[in-house]
Design a protein around this ligand. Structure first.
Ligand code: G3P
Ligand code: CA
Length: 291
C-alpha cells in the first residue's frame, strides 16, 4: 500500500474543496475530488431508451457531460451501440424478423438493424429511435460536448473488436490529445482491456469488476480505473485502489455502478469513489448536493 495514501476520512477532516492529485510525481498523494463524477449509464437511461442518441441528448439536457455506452459488432462487421448480445429486449426485432430467433446482434447486418425501432419498447414518445452505429454515436457525443465511458461489450464474441473500435475512434478524431481526455475505455474482460492498452497505451482504461486486493497491482499494469458494482465495495477497498498507481503513473481511480438512489449515492461518496455510474444522474446529483 502507498505510504502516503490519504483516506476518505482524512480528506473529509481537511474539509477539502479539492482537486485530483495535481501531478503524477512519484510521491504525490491521492487527493479525491470534492464530489464524484456522475456518469449517465447507457445515457440518461431512466428517462430515454438506453444507448440511443436520445439518451445522450437527455443526459446533456439534464446538464451531465459524462455518458456510458456498450459497443458490439454486426454480421457485416459494423460497430453498433447496444447492451445485450441480442436485439430482442430493446428493439422490435421479433416483429420485423420473426423467423430469426435468438436475434443475436452478430447475426444481423447493419442494414437490418437500421430498420429496427429501438425506442417504442421504452415509450411511444421515442418511437423510431435507432440502434446507433458507433460512428453516428461519436458524432452526437461530440455535438453535445460530452465525454464517453465506452464499454467493449462481450469482446469474446467479436475477435479483433478492440482494434476496430480504436480505428473508429481515431477516424472520428477521438484519439488525439484533447479528445483523449474525454474518453475512457472499459470492459469486464481483462484480456480485452490489456489489448486496448497495448494497442493504444496513452488511452485511459477501466476494468469492470472487483479484483481481490492482492491482485490489484497486476491490474494496475494496464488499467487506470477499477469499476466495481456498488454492492462489492467498502471504504477500505476504495482506499486500497487509490493507493496504487496505474500505467500512467497516476493513482488508480474507482467508478462504481449502477447507483440509482440517494442513500446509496451518499454511501459510495462517503466510501471515497471517484465516479458514480447511474441511470438517474439527476437523482445522484441532488443526493450529493443536499448532504
Ligand atoms: O458502466 C458499468 C456498467 O455498464 C456495467 O454493467 O451490464 O450495465 O454494462 P452493464
Ligand atoms: Ca455498460
Amino acid at each position: 500500500m502507498h505510504a502516503h495514501a490519504v483516506t476518505a476520512a482524512a480528506v473529509a477532516a481537511l474539509g477539502a474543496a479539492v482537486l485530483l492529485s495535481p501531478d503524477s510525481s512519484s510521491d504525490a498523494r491521492f487527493v479525491r475530488a470534492a464530489q464524484p463524477t456522475v456518469i449517465a449509464h447507457r445515457g440518461a437511461s431512466a428517462y430515454a431508451p438506453e444507448n440511443t442518441l436520445a439518451a445522450i441528448d437527455k443526459a446533456a439536457k439534464l446538464g451531465f457531460s459524462w455518458v456510458e455506452n456498450d459497443v458490439q459488432r454486426t454480421k457485416d462487421g459494423r460497430l453498433v451501440v447496444i447492451h445485450d448480445d441480442n436485439l430482442a429486449r430493446t428493439t422490435n426485432v421479433e416483429d420485423v424478423f420473426p423467423g430469426r430467433a435468438p436475434w443475436k446482434v452478430k447475426d444481423f447486418t447493419s442494414a437490418e438493424i437500421a430498420k429496427l425501432d429501438a425506442g417504442s419498447w421504452f415509450s411511444p414518445d421515442y418511437a423510431g429511435a435507432r440502434v446507433p452505429t458507433l460512428e453516428r454515436y461519436m458524432r452526437q457525443v461530440e455535438r453535445n460536448h460530452e465525454k464517453l465511458l465506452l464499454e467493449v461489450k462481450n469482446p469474446e464474441l467479436y475477435p479483433g473488436i478492440e482494434a476496430q473500435i480504436l480505428k473508429t475512434l481515431s477516424n472520428e478524431g477521438w484519439l488525439n490529445g484533447t479528445h483523449r481526455n474525454r474518453l475512457i475505455v472499459q470492459s469486464f474482460s481483462a484480456d480485452s482491456l490489456r489489448t486496448v492498452h497495448q494497442l493504444k497505451p496513452a488511452l485511459t482504461t477501466g476494468y469492470l469488476g472487483r479484483p481481490a486486493e492482492d491482485e490489484l497491482s497486476g491490474y494496475a499494469r494496464f488499467t487506470d480505473l477499477i469499476n466495481p458494482s456498488y454492492a462489492d465495495i467498502s471504504a477500505s477497498y476504495v482506499s486500497n485502489v487509490h493507493a496504487l498507481k496505474g500505467p500512467h503513473g497516476k493513482h488508480l481511480r474507482l467508478f462504481t455502478w449502477t447507483v440509482n438512489d440517494a442513500a446509496t449515492a451518499r454511501q459510495v461518496r462517503d466510501y471515497g469513489v471517484d465516479g458514480i455510474i447511474t441511470n438517474k444522474p439527476d437523482v445522484v446529483r441532488t443526493a450529493l448536493s443536499t448532504s
